[in-house]
Ligand binder design. Sequence first.
Ligand code: AMP
Length: 284
Amino acid sequence: MTDSKIKIIDKIKDMQSLSNKIRMDGRTISFVPTMGALHDGHLTLMRAAKEKGDFLVVSIFVNPTQFGPNEDFNKYSRDLEGDIKKISSIGVDAVFFPDVDEIYPDGYETYVEVQELQKPLCGQHRPGHFKGVATVVLKLFNIVKPDVAVFGEKDYQQLLIIKKMVRDLHLEIEIIGMPIVREDDGLALSSRNAYLSDDERKRALSISKSLKTMSSEFSNGKHDIKELINIGKGILNESSILDIDYLEIRDGNTLKNEHIAKRGDIVAVAAKVGNARLIDNTKL
Ligand code: AMP
């Protein structure tokens, strides 16, 4: 059962016409881009976006250009019906749900890159990932024409990159970041948590635990980044999380490397638990 009040739009032209009409009526558009497999983290962004504009658009698009050749593009959950059900009480006005061919027709060749911010952390371990993200978000902005767009701090580097792209390219869009939504036990909500077995789900808890412990050690006066990282890695290793892409502390705005941690720095982690590559972060 789909909520008949939500318009489902799969063509770029139709979305642009609708957005033009809304704007001509003097109404504002708020926007939440997603890849579907929606959970409470996504819904929190949508509730915030609902408050920020007159007409709320959500996009659901698993973007192939941000996945590497050996990543989970094919197995990523696609369940439009289930997603629409989950958002039926939020007040979403339109869902933009295009095919891959609609967004990247034959002969497509234009990309946008935020050159420095895309380098460290996930950028280093997923080459081309942020080029794909920045490109698809810019395309979605040109299709949906939002006044406001809401992103999660769960993807902290992505949020910084989008903010920078908006500034550098003079886009007239307000970007809002929302705090990470977690399970009661601390696990950050993620579409990829669905890949975890019961045992992996338990072990995955040590990801948020390591960040929390590093953060409290920092508050207690330990500021040497190497020492803090060792504490965090120890907690991950105790749960047999050994496949760690990175666990780093970097400047919270520039993502530059440092030796001594300071307030406002970001502690960011990416690690494989079973087949799931999970990310999480916290601010010091
Ligand atoms: P995704 O569908 O994974 O591309 O995520 C779509 C948006 O939801 C992004 O802005 C994410 O940062 C955000 N998001 C995903 N998980 C969470 C979470 N646990 N808390 C807050 N925002 C989230």
